[in-house]
Design a protein around this ligand. Sequence first.
Ligand SMILES: NC(=O)c1ccc[n+]([C@@H]2O[C@H](COP(=O)([O-])OP(=O)(O)OC[C@H]3O[C@@H](n4cnc5c(N)ncnc54)[C@H](OP(=O)(O)O)[C@@H]3O)[C@@H](O)[C@H]2O)c1
Length: 326
Amino acid sequence: MQKILNWGLLSTARINRALMKPLNASKRTRLLAVASRSLDSAQAYAREHKIPRAHGSYEDLLANPDIDVIYNSLPNHLHAEWTIKALRAGKHVLCEKPLALTLDEVDAMISASKETGKVLAEAFMYRHHAQTLKVKEIVDSGELGKIQLIKGAFSFSLTREGNYRFYKEMGGGSIWDVGCYPISFARMVVGEEPLEVFGWQVTGQEGGDDSFFGQMRFRGEIYAQFDSGFKSPFRTYIEIVGTQGVLYIPFPFKPEIKNEIILTRDGKEQKIRVKGQELYLGEVEDMCDAVLNNQLPRVSLEDSRGNVKAILAFLESAETGKAVKI
Ligand SMILES: NC(=O)c1ccc[n+]([C@@H]2O[C@H](COP(=O)([O-])OP(=O)(O)OC[C@H]3O[C@@H](n4cnc5c(N)ncnc54)[C@H](OP(=O)(O)O)[C@@H]3O)[C@@H](O)[C@H]2O)c1
């Protein structure tokens, strides 16, 4: 009989809602429990979302022997601490992006996963979607010629007062929150780490960046440019420019089930329709494959480490006003 993995939500974060449908839809998962810093809030949340069990502390959830997988949806500065605690409590962990805020934290998380033999993966949901796989296939096929430039953006208007996203000490700032997507996308397209980065930021009142503007240089004269921000309307795109063609992706990070990407070659525009699946189902199924079938998670920990390393280099560059070699 197929084993069913019992999942527990670490906090009542807004993003949890995105995981509920896939967790209820997958034949290999069951959403069993939620934890909150207060029992009242956990119970109210469990009632609202028909989750069987509620825990009044994160420790209680980790002590629940029926839980197999923890979804860590805490604010960024708590990812490392609670992921390590969950791994040491014998749970597999799907941790929200960014995996952590320093390389020491990432390395401690990787060590904890190795030592406990429990799966750890970063919840970069877009990486599992058919559209992303199609983009990579087109780039790798050589249809675009030699890749020269990858441009992208992710911005939105952040109006939630007091949200952790504003506070530097909580891993706030647009580069950690949404800039991480175009950086991750560019690194995936190139398939290598950047050699050097340069960035500017507009610092917000609470120390996190309100806007970030950055560029990366990769081996072989490949460049990437991105911007991220909390002070402009919702915008996303990725454009991949090669010597033979250009691929434009209007919704690279939050693709719907059906999408179009636009390939331009020899002055002719071709709209390519990609049928995917519900966006967050991919990371849930990938986690099941890793835990139940010993498959490697699609987003490797080395990859997650590379993204954190690039973001830290960008922040250093913005602070020093100098390009930073990686
Ligand atoms: N992949 C995606 O599409 C996506 C989208 C959005 C966010 N995210 C990621 O998901 C994570 C959570 O984001 P979110 O916007 O969903 O968070 P959120 O709504 O602000 O919730 C975070 C939760 O963390 C708990 N918490 C513990 N200590 C806290 C503290 N000191 N301050 C505030 N909350 C604290 C709270 O739960 P309790 O009160 O129940 O303990 C709170 O509800 C972030 O890492 C973010 O990057 C990913």
